[in-house]
Write a protein that binds this ligand. Structure first.
Ligand SMILES: [Zn+2]
Length: 118
């Protein structure tokens, strides 16, 4: 299935992203290519470290790029609480405000404590 892209909106946001700061040559065009041609799964859980490694880019710059892209509405960001025993996603949050120290993994039936500085 081909994704429907709102061309004008995408162009406007990519143009803003290009001027957000000074980027390495072609960095924004590599992200645009990813947005246009990657499959849904690759777009749904874009990993900045994998994106950087696969394209021989600097990790810090890619993280910065994706944070700027998120602030422009090109991506959304979730925070996940993972169970350290089974790696299941125990909770998915839209902001860090909702993160709390104590949580429960129903798969493992254990109460856990999140190291909030990690
Ligand atoms: Zn678990």
């Amino acid at each position: 299935m081909t994704a429907i892209v709102k061309e004008r909106l995408l162009d406007e946001r990519l143009a803003k992203l290009e001027t957000a700061r000074s980027w390495s040559p072609r960095l924004v065009s590599k992200l645009e290519s990813h947005i246009r041609f990657a499959d849904d799964e690759a777009l749904f859980r874009i990993n900045p470290f994998n994106f950087a490694r696969e394209r021989s880019l600097g990790e810090n710059e890619v993280i910065d790029l994706l944070l700027h892209a998120t602030s422009l509405g090109l991506f959304g960001m979730d925070w996940l609480l993972l169970c350290p025993k089974c790696s299941c996603v125990v909770e998915s949050l839209r902001s860090l405000e909702g993160v709390h120290r104590h949580y429960h993994c129903s798969a493992c039936q254990v109460d856990l404590e999140a190291p909030l500085d990690d």
